[in-house]
Design a protein around this ligand. Structure first.
Ligand code: SAH
Length: 280
């Protein structure tokens, strides 16, 4: 725990002593767990947005299993002695890969004290953290979640878009644009979303943007409703594309704008022209 800041020591000591108490229990496969898995949110990219608790765990981890969207500067904070495992998920083989990742975490907890599962943004916001934690709990592995700053809040903020504002929006919805419809749950009800809140934040929405904008317009939103796309939010390469429900698909095609990006829909997007760093 050499590099751990002193103000974090007590917290980590508590966590570690809990894990050694828990190590007296056996998991379902009747193997002794010596370690604990921490599901840590890495935030959206800017290393300054990683929590102190998350940083402390990276500095004293024995092994870190990380996802594709974790930024290189955050990977550089990992204890140099720790094993680093890239678990970047791949489109099309989500289910199998998820099982493999969970199996790996269960195995690592048999031999390593501090196992960090590092995920982009917040582990419990469209990050499968809930599923992983459920599997670990079922397997009898001690596990704790460390929340992170989610990209759906941070990317708009860095683009000068507050999600609520007393004059423009008193409600916000976070929704996935990449549906596993029918597999895990019913399809997203875009009509209900359109009427349910004044700001809509879409994760993983770029590939389905044409479908999403059409659904929202069919539900009654004006074609002039402002929309912002924020790509690689909070990183040096952050890019923004501002338009309306009517224009954005063509703008994406013309500019070659690609994922990963957050889409923000609603009148708060108009504040971008006043609050964006580009206009300072
Ligand atoms: N758990 C993550 C979300 C994972 S889903 C979180 O809380 O942020 C992956 C999607 O998140 C991407 O397709 C994209 O829509 C969004 N995303 C993640 N990092 C981003 C970033 N730095 N800028 C913009 N969007 C991002």
């Amino acid at each position: 725990m050499g590099g751990t800041p002193s103000h974090l020591m007590s917290n980590l000591t508590i966590n570690m002593s809990i894990s050694s108490q828990e190590s007296n229990t056996f998991n379902q496969e009747n193997k002794r767990c010596i370690g604990k898995v921490y599901l840590v949110g890495a935030g959206p990219g800017d290393p300054g947005l990683l929590t102190l608790k998350g940083k402390g765990l990276l500095e004293c981890a024995d092994v870190v299993v990380y996802d594709a969207l974790v930024s290189p500067q955050i990977l550089m904070m990992i204890n140099p002695q720790a094993e680093k495992i890239d678990a970047g998920k791949r489109m099309g083989r989500h289910s199998l890969f998820q099982e493999e990742t969970t199996k790996l975490l269960i195995e690592l907890a048999q031999t390593q004290a501090i196992v960090v599962r590092l995920k982009g943004g917040d582990p419990f916001v469209f990050g499968r953290g809930g599923e992983e934690m459920e599997d670990l709990v079922r397997a009898g592995v001690p596990v704790e979640v460390v929340p992170g700053v989610t990209s759906g809040i941070a990317a708009p903020a860095y683009a000068g878009i507050p999600l609520t504002h007393r004059s423009y929006s008193s409600s916000v919805t976070f929704v996935t644009g990449h549906e596993s419809a029918g597999k895990y749950r019913p399809a997203v009800n875009w009509s209900a979303i359109a009427h349910g809140s004044e700001t809509i934040v879409v994760y993983m929405g770029i590939h389905n943007l044409s479908y999403i904008t059409t659904e929202l317009e069919s539900a009654g939103l004006s074609p002039q409703t402002p929309i912002a796309l924020v790509r690689w939010g909070t990183r040096p390469e952050q890019e923004e594309l501002i338009g309306t429900l009517q224009t954005i698909v063509e703008q994406v095609e013309e500019s070659g704008f690609t994922a990963p990006a957050i889409a923000v829909i609603g009148n708060v997007v108009n504040l971008h022209s006043i609050l964006s760093r580009n206009y300072q």
